[in-house]
Design a protein around this ligand. Sequence first.
Ligand code: CAA
Length: 293
Amino acid sequence: MSAETGIENISTILVIGAGTMGRQIAMTAALGGFATIIQDISADGLAAARTELEGWAASRVAKGKLEQAKATAALEALGYSTDLDSVATKADFIIEAATERLDIKTQIFEKLGVLAPAHAILATNSSTLGSSKVAEVTGRPAQVCNMHFFNPALVMKCVEVVRHETTSDATVETTMELARRLGKEPVLINREVPGFIANRLMGAIQREALFLAEEGIASIEDIDTTARTALGHPMGPFALMDLVGLDVIDFIAQATHAETGAVEDAPNERIAALVAEGKLGRKSGAGFYDYKG
Ligand code: CAA
């Protein structure tokens, strides 16, 4: 097969990382009819992913939103592995959703460059690291791009496809088409910019929301209510930050600020303090709101 991989060459998808994003991206791929492997170095992480996905599928079936046969087929299409070396050789398309650390991602992409079939496209779900940072180590930079999903990935329609300077047109087209086959509405970002589209928009709203709360102009509850009832947002900015994870929000700000140096991109002190207290949002039981009750 040539490096010009088309959608017709994709039958097996590998998702690296079984965290919040990776597990739902993998289920999305399995529901799209692809043989899908989730790889994570943690067996416990894989077990937790399997439990969540089986529970999710059962509840969709119970609600009448997913046919039992489709749920069963998707769960059967999912494979789980802790061994990246053995599964990387089987994948036609790889979506890396591992920890947001450049050293970890670089190691993974270096390995993928050696192990993955020559035709395979290597995408990263990273929201902060442009794929140019890991493209060269793969030895096939034209087949590398960002394919950025949104939380919760089984629900949100958007996928940001971000090309770096040498990403080929074929890679972009195949990645966009794959997103469509997964029931998503991909958007194309023509050059790397910190935050891509969605996190830039979200960051602007969050900045204003934090300013209004910090100045005592309104409570976080009323700011969230306004976003919902005046602007039609599905959830307010504080509830959304809790959903995404305050550690993730803080990390995005740090990474963006390191790149732009702009005052408005600087990490927020209140968020950093909550993270230091272990209040990471929904996943830890508390953030701006309390979820323990
Ligand atoms: N996993 C899977 N499915 C979920 C889910 C989850 N964590 N949470 C909700 N859902 C599903 C529900 O099952 C339900 O499905 P059906 O309607 O088909 O039955 C549907 O989503 C709606 O859920 P609810 O009725 O419980 O609640 P809701 O109507 O308030 O929707 C929401 C929940 C989808 C999260 C909605 O509030 C929403 O769209 N919020 C905004 C989310 C958002 O902006 N995400 C982007 C974050 S930024 C990011 O991810 C990028 C980054 O780089 C940080």
